[in-house]
Design a protein around this ligand. Structure first.
Ligand SMILES: [Zn+2]
Length: 372
């Protein structure tokens, strides 16, 4: 291995010869560099401040040179430094290329700044969820709080405590999706997918004394085959107000206000008698058609959403049946209240003019992004 000789003569010819040997040595050693470790050893051998070859040249050649040769030797040493630095840099570059194995890796590691970036589309609320939030916020503004409950319920909360008679058709397996293998349990403990959000009324009254004002959004299930207007899974928003001296007038006033807040201040409301096991009396509420303005016509065309009647049936409601209070330890002589429930999907269908409920649940982004 090359070691720096002491110069006996400082003539130009002697210097040329010494420089030539040194350059040959650096070239030879550079060509032996294969790995990063090799290159570090090579760099340190030649350039280390303490014992590197360049330092030795400085000591053995420049410092040892007689005064009259210093200028000449100094120039040579500076040139050598530049040559050695260049050789070290070149060796590093070649080593890095060699270590990467093939040009394929160099290509794959390369960053192509002309490639388009990853697109991250912004999501938005699903139209049904958006509708539910709108309904809920109307009642929140009236001082109602939001309550939620389990989607898998017991027969007791879904039916019995809501005053459903033993042979009510909603209990039938044709309408209700029961969890399998529950036969060994007493009927009230059997599990099912709740058919309405009403069990949350019972659960809330069990833990809360009157006054109660709650709004209940949630998913419900029924054994309905899917078609344009039915889905085995759909959404309800339900409400309950129980306090002293609550009358049917409060029910009408509250719901009339809510419909005007939802559909515009010009809509009218109308009630007609109905039946639900857990309310007495019960009613269905209609709003004047907010699509045709109650005329039943859109221009010369008949208005389909209201079937040309000018009215749209929007929810079921009624005064809480006193029997229900018996299940939650309320005194029906002291308190009274009303309840109502509506289908969020149906309202979204009317609001957005969608003709098939399945579109909401197919997950087709092209449909959903229209509501973004
Ligand atoms: Zn209409």
């Amino acid at each position: 291995m090359y070691s720096v000789p002491k110069l006996k003569s400082f003539t130009a010819a002697a210097l040329d010869k010494a420089v030539e040997k040194l350059l040959a040595a650096v070239k030879e050693e550079a060509s032996a560099v294969k790995t990063e470790a090799d290159w570090k050893t090579f760099r340190d051998r030649w350039m280390a401040r303490k014992n590197g070859v360049l330092t030795e040249i400085n000591d053995l050649w420049l410092k040892a040179a007689p005064k009259e040769a210093k200028r000449e030797v100094g120039q040579r040493v500076n040139q050598l430094k530049a040559s050695v630095e260049e050789a070290v840099a070149k060796a590093e570059h070649l080593q890095a290329q060699g270590a990467s194995g093939s040009s394929a890796k160099v290509v794959s590691d390369a960053l192509d700044i002309t490639l388009p970036g990853n697109r991250r589309p912004l999501g938005s609320e699903h139209p049904v969820i958006k509708t539910m939030h709108e309904i809920v916020s109307v009642f929140r503004n009236l001082g109602y709080s939001v309550e939620e409950g389990p989607v898998i319920e017991t027969d007791y909360y879904n039916f019995e405590a809501l005053n459903f008679p033993p042979n009510h058709p909603a209990r039938d397996t044709q309408d209700t999706l029961f969890i399998a293998n529950q036969e060994s349990k007493p009927q009230r403990d059997r599990l099912l997918l709740r058919t309405h959000t009403s069990p949350v009324q019972i659960r809330t009254m069990e833990k809360m004394k009157p006054p109660v004002r709650i709004v209940i959004p949630g998913k419900v299930h029924r054994n309905d085959p899917p078609d344009a207007s039915h889905s085995p899974m759909f959404h309800q928003v339900e409400g309950l107000a129980v306090d002293t001296n609550i009358t049917f007038c409060d029910l009408k006033g509250t719901l009339d206000h809510a419909m005007k807040a939802l559909f515009g201040s010009s809509v009218k409301t109308s009630f007609r008698p109905s039946f639900f096991p857990f309310t007495e009396p019960s009613a269905e509420m209609m709003v004047s058609c907010f699509i045709c303005g109650g005329s039943g016509k859109r221009g010369s065309e008949p208005c389909r959403p209201c079937k040309q009647t000018g009215w749209i049936e929007i929810l079921g409601c009624g005064m809480v049946d006193p029997n229900v209070y018996g299940f939650v330890d309320y005194d029906p002589k002291k308190v009274s209240g009303f309840a109502f429930g509506m289908g969020a999907d149906r309202i979204a269908i009317l609001k957005y003019g969608v003709d098939d409920i399945q579109l909401f649940f197919n997950g087709d982004v092209r449909f959903l992004e229209q509501f973004g």
